[in-house]
Design a protein around this ligand. Structure first.
Ligand SMILES: Cc1cc2nc3c(=O)[nH]c(=O)nc-3n(C[C@H](O)[C@H](O)[C@H](O)COP(=O)(O)OP(=O)(O)OC[C@H]3O[C@@H](n4cnc5c(N)ncnc54)[C@H](O)[C@@H]3O)c2cc1C
Length: 408
């Protein structure tokens, strides 16, 4: 097991500086424009592809970094640049991880390259789980996948919502119910290949923040996909369902624990995005407070302002430590006995909201306008306490883990 270390090694520092340069020189200057346009920033994704940031190889390298710090470090830098654009760059990764986690080698080799496309023709992918009546309550999912044995095809029907890149993706990964009697244990994931008839984009949402990231409903009407599009394959699914039925009879604990471990491992990455946004607002507010003069002196000369900056930086550093700890635990296979992954996401997302609000306050009237980036950062920060499990759901997970009780 790799020792937990707070020092990045030379390779990591090099990658961090390279990402920071891209965030500073390419992402940040484009942020206001794409926020106003509320569209996917294709030219920026293409730039990221050109330099190697938008590729499976890049994420795989960070993912398999034995210290666990590769992904949080990358997320923090990109989201420091701009949250909406960064989500457009890393959003495909959500779908790719879905395939990496559950797919066969053949499925990984076939579909992940199609998710990213190539430098001259970049593509994106979408991960579609949430539904209008199944957000926090994943077990209430209704999208059905029914096997048509005669044609070795699965038929998908339902409506997905809130899908990042939904409808504009080349490849959609769709979670659907295959055994309604098993709740969330009766779900399976499917690839919907490019241009499959029956899949269409529903409403595209006009959002409060991260507006450069496309979020939409995905409607599935008699969508037929080959049997080979079931992630992991039919044999594995049948075995898993049989085990889930058996375990449901025994109380279901082992299955629950396996699913929990997956979420605990992925949540720190969202915490790292929040740290990136919070740091961006803090950096801006610090410089502004040194420059802006009132009463004949820089506003930072007042404890009322300087102490806010001290609190902001303290909270950001504390959030990063929780994120790094959880990421290291995930990569080291340490059990999350106190839901440390959820803890890191909960704390970092609330820090991002608090710190960006403080940055708006420090900029005064300017902070309230779209002429200054902290206004956008404050709107963007609101997403972190909502997606990948709301703050309330994180508290529920932590409380249940600590108490061992089914807290409601
Ligand atoms: C911009 C954006 C991008 C997204 N991207 C994706 C994506 O790519 N793929 C995808 O599948 N999903 C995505 N989501 C969906 C996201 O994960 C859900 O919005 C989230 O899980 C919350 O579900 P909900 O919106 O239905 O809220 P609800 O579940 O209706 O929750 C509403 C409120 O009730 C609270 N609440 C609910 N249950 C409890 C409880 N038991 N105890 C205490 N409080 C509770 C919640 O915390 C929340 O405050 C995205 C969402 C957004 C906004």
């Amino acid at each position: 097991m790799t020792e937990f270390a707070l020092d990045l090694n030379d390779d990591q520092k090099q990658v961090r500086d390279w990402l920071h340069g891209f965030a500073r020189d390419v992402i940040r200057p484009a942020a206001a424009e794409w926020d106003e346009r509320e569209e996917t920033p294709w030219p920026v994704i293409q730039e990221a592809a050109k330099v190697g940031i938008y590729s499976l190889d890049f994420y795989a390298q960070q993912f398999f970094d034995p210290t666990g710090l590769g992904i949080p470090m990358a997320m923090e830098e990109l989201f420091w640049g701009d949250a909406g654009i960064a989500l457009s760059i890393v959003g495909t990764g959500l779908a790719a991880v879905g395939v990496l986690a559950n797919g066969t080698e053949e499925q990984i080799g076939t579909w992940i390259p199609q998710m990213y496309g190539d430098v001259d023709d970049v593509k994106v992918a979408a991960f579609c789980s949430s539904e209008p009546d199944a957000g926090s309550d994943v077990g209430a999912m209704r999208t059905r996948a029914v096997y048509d044995e005669a044609r070795d095809e699965w038929v998908l029907n339902g409506t997905k919502t809130w899908a990042t890149n939904g409808g504009i993706a080349n490849v959609h990964v769709v979670v659907a119910v295959v055994d309604p009697g098993l709740g969330s244990k009766g779900h399976a994931s499917f690839i919907v290949p490019p241009n499959t008839p029956g899949l269409s984009q529903g409403q595209k949402f006009r959002k409060h923040g991260i507006r450069a990231s496309h979020t939409a409903e995905v409607v599935l009407e008699d969508v037929r996909v080959p049997g080979s599009c079931l992630l992991g394959g039919k044999e594995k699914l049948d075995e898993r369902l049989a085990r889930a039925r058996e375990r449901a009879r025994e109380g279901g604990e082992r299955v629950k624990n396996a699913a929990m471990a997956t979420f605990e491992a992925s949540r720190p990455a969202v915490g790292a995005m929040a740290v990136g946004t919070a740091r961006a607002a803090y950096d801006y507010a610090l410089e502004y407070a040194k420059e802006r003069k009132q009463f004949g002196r820089p506003i930072i000369d007042n404890q009322g302002v300087a102490f806010q900056l001290a609190d902001m930086r303290t909270r950001i550093d504390a959030a990063r430590l929780l994120v790094w700890r959880a990421s290291w635990m995930a990569v080291s296979g340490k059990p999350f006995t106190a839901a440390e992954g959820s803890m890191s996401k909960l704390f970092a997302s609330e820090v991002a909201q608090k710190v960006t609000a403080q940055a708006v306050q420090i900029l005064g009237g300017n902070g309230f306008t779209r002429e200054y980036p902290v206004e956008r950062m404050h709107r963007d920060a609101a997403i972190y306490t909502i997606f990948e499990g709301t703050s309330e759901i994180q508290r529920l997970v932590i409380a249940r883990t600590l108490s061992g009780l089914p807290i409601r």
